[in-house]
Structures are given as C-alpha cells and as structure tokens.
Design a protein around this ligand. Structure first.
Ligand SMILES: [Zn+2]
Length: 162
C-alpha cells in the first residue's frame, strides 16, 4: 500500500554536491542522505517536521507525540537507549531505493574528500621549499587516518566563522 505523503523537500547538501530528498508521511519520515539511510534522525528530517509542525499537531496528533518524544530523547542521554532505537525504527521509513541512494550519496562525499587530500598535497608541493614540504607531509601523514574528520570539522568551522 502506498504511504500518504504530507510533504516532500529536496535539500542541497552543505558538504557536497549531493541533493537529498526528504519525505514526510502521515506516520513516518524518510531521507536519502547518508544518515537517513541508516535510520538516523538527520537534520533534514528535523527541518521538514519543523516546517509542518502545526499540521502534524492538528491532524496527526499520535504521530506528533512520537516525533516530540524522539526530539527530546535525541538531545538527552537517552540517545543510546533501546527505547530510542525502537522509536526510531518505528518512525523512520527506509526501503531498498532510499537505502541505495543514501549509500551512493555517502560514496560521493568520500570521493570529494579524497580529492581534497590530493589537492592539499599538490599545494604543498607547489608552494613550499623541500625542507618545509617534508615537515608538512609528515604532519599530513600523521593526521591521514583522521583526514575526513579534520576536513569535515574545518568546513563546519568555516561556516560558523562566516
Ligand atoms: Zn537527511
């Protein structure tokens, strides 16, 4: 049976060229971003719920109550509890198509970050003396296992500064 759709949003990713589709149904919510495909409550879901807050409250009070519980638990220490996970599996909808798209979206982000690492190395080779290059490449090597996290942190930070 087809689920009844309340709202559908396309959201451009802030960290890649990906476009995510977030759908609000009368009893659940779905998103094909990397997190949504793994049944995590992502910021896109929060936005679409927020945008339809009044409608949900008035027309779908039972679903609205569950969403409110999830939002409270997400911001508390209950986040790792089974109750939270059970509630998420109840309200986050994932099918084969959403899971596949989510997986591809994640791959695109990783690809983009690998290009960034190569660009950093090229820049070092172009702009620094061989002595400095050696030092910088050593530093780069030591953070390499965490490079994706570092880049993600820096790009988020950049957003805050602006
Ligand atoms: Zn999402």
């Amino acid at each position: 049976m087809q689920k009844k759709i309340i709202d559908k949003q396309e959201i451009k990713s802030s960290s890649s060229a990906n476009i995510y589709e977030t759908v609000l149904y009368e009893d659940s919510v779905s998103c094909n971003c990397p997190a949504g495909g793994k049944r995590s409550f992502c910021k896109h879901m929060i936005k679409i719920i927020h945008d339809n807050n009044e409608l949900l409250q008035n027309k779908y009070p039972d679903f609205y109550k569950k969403l409110s519980e999830v939002l409270i638990m997400k911001n508390s220490s209950d986040k790792n509890s089974d109750a939270y996970k059970n509630l998420l599996s109840e309200i986050i909808y994932v099918n084969k198509e959403i899971a596949e798209k989510s997986h591809n979206n994640e791959k695109n982000i990783i690809k983009k970050e690998q290009i960034s690492l190569n660009e950093v190395i090229k820049n070092i080779e172009k702009n620094y003396s061989s002595e400095e290059q050696e030092k910088l490449l050593n530093i780069l090597n030591s953070i390499k296992p965490h490079f994706n996290d570092v880049i993600r942190y820096l790009s988020e930070k950049h957003k805050f500064i602006n």
